[in-house]
Each structure stands twice: as C-alpha cells, then as structure tokens.
Design a protein around this ligand. Structure first.
Ligand SMILES: C[S@@+](CC[C@H](N)C(=O)[O-])C[C@H]1O[C@@H](n2cnc3c(N)ncnc32)[C@H](O)[C@@H]1O
Length: 167
C-alpha cells in the first residue's frame, strides 16, 4: 500500500491583489466593485494565450495566513448548532489550505488578469488558473447538501446572491 503521509512541493505561479488585508468575504461577490488582479510570474505569461476567450476561470490559491490546526469537525460561522465534517465544508482551515474560487475575467493585459470579486486576502499566492467550461463544469442537479438543514434559507440566499452581510 502507498504511504499516505507524503508531502509535495507546489510552485507559486503569481500573486493575487485584492483590497482585503485581514478580512474578506466568505465566498467571491460577483458584484464586488473593488479591483482584483491576478499577477502572473512573467515566465508563465505565454500560458495565458487564448484564456480571454473564456468568460470565467477557476482560481486556485494557497491561503498562506492560516495558522490554525484543522479540526475534522467544524461549525460554520454562519450555521450555529450545526457540526459537519471539514470536507463537507468550505472552511479555509484544512490540512492543505487551498482555496478555489470561480471568477469572471474582466480583461487581460500582459501578465495581469483583472477579475470580478474574490474572497482571498491581498498578496495570496496564486497556484493555478483553469478555464471554467460550461456543461463540463456546470451541474444542473447539484444541491445544497446540509446547508438546507440549517433552516436558514434567508442566510443561504445572501450567499447565493453574493449579498454582503455579517456572520
Ligand atoms: C471560506 S474560504 C473560501 C475560499 C474558496 N472560495 C473556497 O471555497 O475554497 C474564504 C475565507 O478564507 C480566508 N482567506 C482568504 N485568503 C486567505 C489567506 N491568504 N490566508 C488565510 N486565510 C485566507 C478569508 O477569511 C476568507 O473569508
């Protein structure tokens, strides 16, 4: 059997610029009017060829300011009285604090991708970018999982519609 506790090195491919220093939205806000820029290391610039033909991209990043040890059972900040498994959540405190967000491309200039709102802190290391491809990535029968058990549809809707609110 393969060993399961290996570690692997990842390459940072760029940096994410956002207005958020120590607090950020819990998920990207599509209509966030601030400036969000992915700055790619010059050596990867050619890798952006044809990316502007897509409208949305996945951004994969390393949540470098996470210091806490992950717990396998968590209570989301907006769902009191609900305990769920870490991997049934989008908590940033994970064995590998990797974030994934889908954002819209506004424009690409040289090695800079200007995007719609992001939920990452300023200077978050960028690990990867992939095109979001309709039909391949869209699952029309995807549900809301345990989120519907929280009897807090009003709050769920704030998340779905990207309406800013406090937790
Ligand atoms: C709930 S996570 C969701 C991340 C991603 N959209 C996902 O679902 O994988 C977003 C939160 O992670 C935290 N965060 C963002 N960038 C971070 C960073 N560079 N270091 C530590 N925490 C970060 C912020 O508190 C933000 O509200």
């Amino acid at each position: 059997m393969n060993k399961l506790d290996n570690t692997y090195n990842l390459k940072q491919i760029g940096i994410i610029r956002t207005p958020y220093e120590n607090s950020a939205p819990y998920q990207p806000l599509q209509n966030d009017e601030n400036e969000f820029i992915l700055i790619l290391d010059e050596k990867y610039k050619d890798g952006l060829k044809e990316l502007d033909k897509f409208s949305f991209i996945y951004i994969i990043y390393y949540m470098h300011k996470i210091k806490k040890e992950p717990k396998m059972l968590i209570t989301p900040p907006w769902a009191e009285n609900k305990t769920v498994g870490l991997f049934a959540s989008r908590s940033p405190v994970r064995p590998n604090p990797i974030g994934i967000s889908i954002v819209e491309i506004k424009k690409i200039i040289d090695n800079k991708i200007y995007t719609s709102g992001l939920d990452a802190f300023n200077n978050t290391p960028l690990l990867d970018i992939k095109p979001y491809i309709n039909d391949l990535d869209k699952k029309s029968n995807a549900g809301y999982g345990w989120i519907l058990d929280t009897n807090n549809e009003e709050h769920l809707n704030l998340h779905i519609k990207g309406i800013p609110h406090n937790h």
